[in-house]
Design a protein around this ligand. Sequence first.
Ligand code: GRF
Length: 212
Amino acid sequence: MKNIVILISGRGSNMQALLEAKLPCRIAAVISNRVDAEGLSIAKAHGIPTAVVEHRNYADRDSFDTALAKSIDAFNPDFVALAGFMRILSAGFVARYHGRLINIHPSLLPAYGSLNTHARALHDGVKIHGCTVHFVTPDLDHGPIIIQAAVPVLQDDTEQTLAARVLREEHRIYPQAMRWLCTDQIELTGQGKVLLKRRKQIGHTLFSPGLE
Ligand code: GRF
């Protein structure tokens, strides 16, 4: 059975979705870069070992990343899942976990990388927004895409209502992606594309606003 380590920085709702999904893997640990991350108590309540590597205690990114890698490697994970982990990771760290480091991002990448994705989507007036699970590469929010969910942007949306609609789907696609990874359903090609070994592909068109 594969081992997963989850990295968080805050609320931990995606981590919780992974913990509750009954994935065919062992969640070996949850590690936070903040001692006050709310997600830590959720992990403890699920009986998952936790660790804290506080970025504030390190002089620079490289020394933090080295300490973080040491903490992660103690749990011997097959995959490291970033779930609201709010630190940019160095190229060396990313290379160490090549093909094993996964992230969830609240936009349809490559649109709206980085922060404030929902406000920027509303500002631009896009009618479809969403979330993405992808492999992490040194290029921030640009790695090979595993799965995306698209949601409509509604006329009366605020940042909060749109964020909530996207988050509901984050909680569905992250467990799905990890399930595929844990059951060897995913191939990462040399060209940086993700192939699903299970060939059944069902898709639906999302119109937003809907057709009449
Ligand atoms: C999520 O929207 C995730 O996509 C983004 O940060 C947020 C973290 O939320 N990277 P949570 O901590 O998982 O509740």
